[in-house]
Design a protein around this ligand. Structure first.
Ligand SMILES: NC(=O)c1ccc[n+]([C@@H]2O[C@H](COP(=O)([O-])OP(=O)(O)OC[C@H]3O[C@@H](n4cnc5c(N)ncnc54)[C@H](OP(=O)(O)O)[C@@H]3O)[C@@H](O)[C@H]2O)c1
Length: 287
């Protein structure tokens, strides 16, 4: 099997390179820029991959509010081109989306794939449009919505939440963290493993794919400091107090039961994943 992996140097892409056992072609952005549709089309025509995995995205949630054209170019229109090009060579498309397709409507129980999405910001709107293009233009597609991704590579321009907490916690000793956004942080390595597991099933469709359980950013920070053995004072604050540019979902926990049914088990609990991540980074206390 030949896999074309786009976004291979990002958090998820780096984890996928380690987990995939097939032949993986992983061009960087300089070699294959999603914003150049002709180059992407030609690459797929020439390489004839069996599978195209799109781990690339415009991920700067606040910046997207001022830069909708770029967010939609990468997260929506480039995905349409990818999906059409994949379909043309009979390839399966794996596309990754986000919990931020929700957020417009209040909610208090885990979102299912059948629930109507409604993004609260530009990033979520661009990703939701990308989902629709992937699903409508490529018959063999897996579209996986994930949440709060963190990996050893760290996302360019924003790192990830846990890495940021460790840095700020060490620098300042006290920190204020939003405690009214409910979500499920997800380890890139666990999502990469789930992708490897679902690929051969041919159970195409839309899936929710996060670690198990739910928390808030504040409780994630507290658990991170506990596991790292760092004495950091954590002050819970509200979304309104934090005052970020883009609106974010107050509740974006995803029900991943559909995926668990197909791959045979749920993705591990978020607490377990954080501990493994800290161990790999060398930040786990006593390890
Ligand atoms: N990070 C999160 O918290 C989060 C949460 C929910 C869902 N997701 C979704 O999960 C997926 C993976 O996210 P991630 O955190 O692994 O992303 P990431 O670490 O930010 O990596 C994104 C990758 O996309 C590449 N890229 C960006 N624009 C490109 C373009 N025009 N052409 C080609 N490549 C381009 C980047 O290349 P460079 O290395 O050159 O910058 C980078 O390798 C994305 O679909 C994202 O929307 C992420």
């Amino acid at each position: 099997m030949r896999i074309l992996l786009i976004g291979a140097r990002g958090q998820l892409g780096t984890a996928l390179r380690a987990e995939l056992s097939a032949e993986v072609i992983s061009p960087d952005r300089g070699q294959l820029n999603l914003n150049d549709p002709a180059v992407v089309r030609l690459a797929i025509e020439e390489l004839k991959p069996n599978v195209v995995i799109n781990a690339a995205a415009y991920n700067l949630v606040d910046k997207a509010e001022d830069d909708p054209a770029e967010a939609f170019a990468v997260n929506a229109f480039a995905v349409r081109n990818l999906a059409q090009s994949s379909e043309a060579v009979g390839a399966t498309l794996v596309h990754v989306s986000t919990d931020y397709v929700f957020g417009l409507e209040p909610h208090s129980t885990p979102w299912q794939e059948t629930d109507a999405p409604g993004p609260a910001g530009v990033y979520g709107a661009s990703k939701l449009t990308g989902e629709y293009f992937a699903r409508s233009a490529c018959s063999r597609h897996y579209v996986l919505r994930t949440c709060g991704l963190y990996g050893v590579a760290e996302s360019a321009g924003k790192g990830n939440f846990i890495a940021t907490m460790l840095r700020l916690g060490k620098e300042r000793g006290r920190i204020s963290v939003v405690d009214d956004q409910h979500c499920t942080p997800t380890a890139a390595v666990d999502l990469a493993r789930a992708i490897c597991q679902i690929l051969p099933t041919e159970q195409y469709g839309l899936y929710h794919a996060t670690n198990s359980g739910a928390t808030t950013w504040c409780r994630l920070a507290i658990e991170t400091f506990r596991l790292a053995g760092l004495a950091v004072e954590v002050q819970p604050i509200t979304t309104a107090q934090f005052n970020a540019k883009a609106k974010r979902p107050a509740y974006s926990v995803l029900d991943c039961g559909k995926l668990a049914g197909v791959i045979g088990a749920p993705i591990p609990a978020w607490q377990d994943a954080v501990a493994r991540y800290l161990r790999v980074r060398g930040d786990l206390a006593g390890a």
